[in-house]
Design a protein around this ligand. Structure first.
Ligand SMILES: [Zn+2]
Length: 248
């Protein structure tokens, strides 16, 4: 896949070594660490390489050359994701997505508790001079409450259709992870899914419930998912465009 030239150069802010990968100049952070093999990570800052003391620089360089294409592809993907960053402003009138459409924040001291009205205004039970951190806490508390109620109802809707029983729902906020399931029926879902369209949320719910049949991503697992959501591939693609960690 040819790489768009609009991407930032792959130069780590703390780079201490340089190389050329697929004809592209790359400056990366190299660290000696106690580990068994060489580790290559492409993060928001760029390429980081960690190697045990006994691995020579020449071997590191060989490993890099072998992974040149992978490194550049990961970097291109990283840039794409960062384009989608949506930093929420914690102030009166600011907007954020709720179930895939914007809602607006409105400080409403007369309100006893936070609630969403028909105009898609989230009325926050806070004084007009509330600090951004108070606004953030109130909005997140409301989003998490909504998430819990919605996720439970979707789990209860799909579980009988799929012939499974879930036992406990907990909310997580783990970087890029949307959810997880345990053999004993415990489900974890990322509460930030509440920002996304119901279609995307349902996909994650069905995905995790399908794990109660199959604790893996085998063809049998995907068959269970497809039996409930025939369009699961499209939903998954949509979801991959989202970076939950960006909803800070
Ligand atoms: Zn899975």
């Amino acid at each position: 896949m040819p790489l768009a030239s609009s991407h930032r150069p792959l130069v780590h802010p703390r780079a201490n070594r340089e190389t050329v990968l697929e004809g592209m100049h790359v400056a990366y952070l190299f660290q000696r660490v106690r580990r068994r093999s060489i580790g290559f990570v492409v993060g928001p800052d760029g390429l980081e390489v960690r190697a045990p003391k006994w691995v020579t620089i020449k071997e590191v360089e060989l490993g890099l050359q072998e992974r040149g294409e992978w490194v550049l592809r990961k970097w291109a993907e990283m840039q794409e994701r960062q384009k989608n960053i949506r930093q929420i402003e914690w102030r009166e009138g600011a907007s954020l997505d709720y179930l895939g459409a914007p809602i607006h924040l409105h400080l409403s001291p007369e309100n006893g508790r936070s609630e969403l009205n028909d105009q898609r205004e989230l009325l926050l039970a806070l004084p007009h001079n509330a600090e951004p951190s108070q606004i953030r806490d109130a909005v997140q508390a409301w989003l998490m409450r909504e998430a819990k109620v919605l996720f439970e109802s979707r789990l209860n809707f799909y579980a009988p259709l799929m012939g499974v029983q879930w036992r406990r729902l907990s909310l997580s906020n783990a970087g890029s992870r949307w959810g997880s399931a345990r053999v004993d029926g415990a489900i974890r879902l990322n509460w930030r899914l509440i920002h996304l369209k119901p279609d995307a949320i349902d996909y994650v719910v069905v995905h995790e419930l399908a794990h109660l049949h199959e604790m893996n991503h085998s063809p049998a697992f995907w068959k269970v998912v497809a039996s409930i959501l025939p369009d699961h591939m499209a939903r998954r693609k949509e979801l991959q465009k989202e970076n939950l960690a960006n909803w800070a």
